[in-house]
Write a protein that binds this ligand. Structure first.
Ligand code: G6P
Ligand code: ZN
Length: 535
């Protein structure tokens, strides 16, 4: 018998600062746990669904960080109080960002709520966040987040049906009635839908033979105690035969073990060091919510996200999915290097340049203009879902390796030899050294984007200075911090095929770095003379 509940209205008032950034609302955990903060934002989000709220079906999950479990329980009750008909929740509240996108699409849901602050550290003294994804599986577009924000400014009550709670550790459906109408909570396996999708995209038999066959590929995966642990165990270990001992830090922890769950050379140093032993062929790290990835080759050879995108673009025929669907085109965010543009040109495909933030790729995918896209911030993905997808990128690389039977390093170097190399670095902050080379400015602007599908315009997306040799310096304000401001500086210099493509990036980019710093008077204006992170 379905338990019968009544909804009620709880008085509240607007709380300042509930405006979503690049990727949802991200704040210090203590802000999120303060009175009505979560409730207000969730009510504002649900109200933004307008007419589609009553009877809607949603998915709810998160990266397992501190407060996810408590928040999930409260959100289910708020959904129940708002006439949502069904909520699918990942077991123990665990769902990666890509799998939320996958679940929305597969089950044709109205949307999904992801509890994560992505790669920001977690815990009571760190960050928490909430993202909302819409029916195509992608992050809510600005028109939607603007509605949420407007709702947070005028909120006077939130609705809740107390008692609509279930044991999130047990799979299965629980039926309630709220004010006489059915309300169902279904706890789903965190990995199953995503696993099914991945096994339809890649040739798992072939990859298993490649990994487990002895002569093939030795993988070392490190999910940094984020959400990807269960996905790595199920797909890489159980399905593809990676040894359990080569999948480390696979238990999601509320504070990610005290680290930054951010897959780059700084925060995934444990993986970098382990790879330097030379015992593994492919090193993989993922961020807290599983949408970012880092790819390393033997002895720690680092594949920049920009190169990773370009190499995959040039080798999509190694992935069965693209053999079926064909390849429509590519896209990258504005600060991402132009390496993928060169592949597009060679293949006679279009390459779109969009502002930072995955949401801008969704329209292009829905309109079948692109199949593959990526960002310099360790995001790579395809039109199989509407989020970037860390494990997808890893499986894509494995597919290329299995096909070419060459090392990661050899594949990347062969790519540079063929297409030339876009030397690239990004640094929030700075130091002034070396130099001696001169550059002529060809153009400078503040990047603005008009969506070719819905004609919406997004402006002030970063100042670009482009030089006559195609080199670029880009200054952009980060949109993912939870407090303060972070300036990102991106530097790119192209070396044509036949040139010195194997040079050291730090050396090669030094003169341009100097230009970037003095041009912006970074040290003088920020008082910062060294970056906090270089990627
Ligand atoms: C998130 C988004 C990415 C975006 C990144 C930018 O990870 O999902 O699409 O590239 O933020 O972060 P930033 O701090 O540079 O705004
Ligand atoms: Zn993320």
């Amino acid at each position: 018998m379905a338990q019968s509940l009544k909804s009620e209205s709880i008085k509240t008032s607007p709380i300042d600062g509930q405006k979503a950034g690049t990727s949802g609302l991200r704040k210090p955990t203590k802000v999120f746990t303060s009175e009505n903060y979560l409730e207000n934002f969730i009510q504002a989000t649900l109200s933004a669904l307008g007419d589609s709220l009553v009877g809607s079906k949603l998915v709810l999950g998160g990266d397992g960080r501190y407060f996810c479990d408590v928040a999930a329980g409260r959100i289910v009750e708020i959904c129940a109080g708002n006439g949502v008909s069904e909520v699918f929740v990942g077991q123990n509240g665990i769902l990666s960002t890509p799998s939320v996108s996958c679940v929305i699409r597969k089950r044709q849901l109205t949307g999904g709520i992801v509890l994560t602050a992505s790669h920001n550290p977690g815990g009571p003294d760190n960050d928490f966040g909430v993202k909302f994804n819409v029916a195509n599986g992608g992050p809510a577009p600005e028109s939607f987040t603007d509605k949420i924000y407007a709702n947070t400014r005028s909120i006077a009550e939130y609705r809740v049906a107390k008692g609509a709670s279930v044991d999130l550790s047990k799979l299965g459906r629980t039926e309630f009635t709220v004010d006489g109408k059915p309300f169902v909570v279904e706890v789903i396996d965190s990995v199953a839908d995503y696993e099914e999708l991945m096994s339809s995209i890649f040739d798992f038999d072939r990859l298993r033979e490649f990994i487990a066959g002895g002569t093939g590929c030795s993988v070392l995966a490190n999910p940094l105690h984020g959400v990807m642990g269960p996905y790595v165990k199920r797909l890489l270990c159980q399905r593809l035969g990676v040894s359990e001992s080569q999948a480390v830090n696979c238990v999601p922890l509320p504070d990610f073990g005290g680290g930054h769950p951010d897959p780059n050379l700084t925060y995934a140093a444990e993986l970098v060091n382990a790879m330097r032993s030379g015992s593994y062929d492919l090193g993989l790290a993922f961020d807290g919510d599983g949408d970012r990835n880092m790819i390393l080759g033997k002895s720690g050879f680092f594949v920049t996200p920009c190169d990773s995108l370009a190499v995959l673009a040039a080798n999509l025929e190694c992935i069965p999915y693209f053999k079926r669907t064909g390849v429509n085109g590519f896209a990258r965010s504005m600060p991402t290097s132009g390496a993928v543009d060169l592949v597009a040109k060679r293949l006679g495909l279009k390459c779109y340049e969009v502002p930072t933030g995955w949401k801008f790729f969704g329209n292009l995918m829905d309109a079948k203009l692109i199949s593959l896209c990526g960002e310099e911030s360790f995001g790579t993905g395809s039109d199989h879902i509407r989020e970037k997808d860390g494990l997808w990128a890893a499986l894509a690389w494995l597919s290329v390796l299995a096909d070419k039977r060459a090392s990661v390093e050899d594949i990347v170097k062969a790519h540079w030899a063929e297409f030339g190399r876009n030397f690239y670095t990004s640094l929030p902050g700075v130091t002034l050294t070396g130099g001696g080379r001169s550059y002529t400015v060809a153009s400078a602007d503040n990047f603005s984007y008009k969506d070719p599908v819905d004609a919406s315009v997004t402006s002030n997306q970063g100042v670009r200075v482009v030089f006559s040799d195609g080199s670029r310096i880009i200054y952009r304000l980060s949109g993912t911090g939870s407090s303060g401001a972070t300036i990102r500086v991106y530097i790119e210099q192209y070396e044509a095929a036949g040139g010195n493509v194997l040079a050291d990036p730090a050396e090669t980019l030094r003169p341009l770095v100097e230009v970037a710093l003095s041009l912006s008077r970074m040290a003088e204006l920020t008082g910062r003379d060294a970056p906090t992170v270089i990627t």
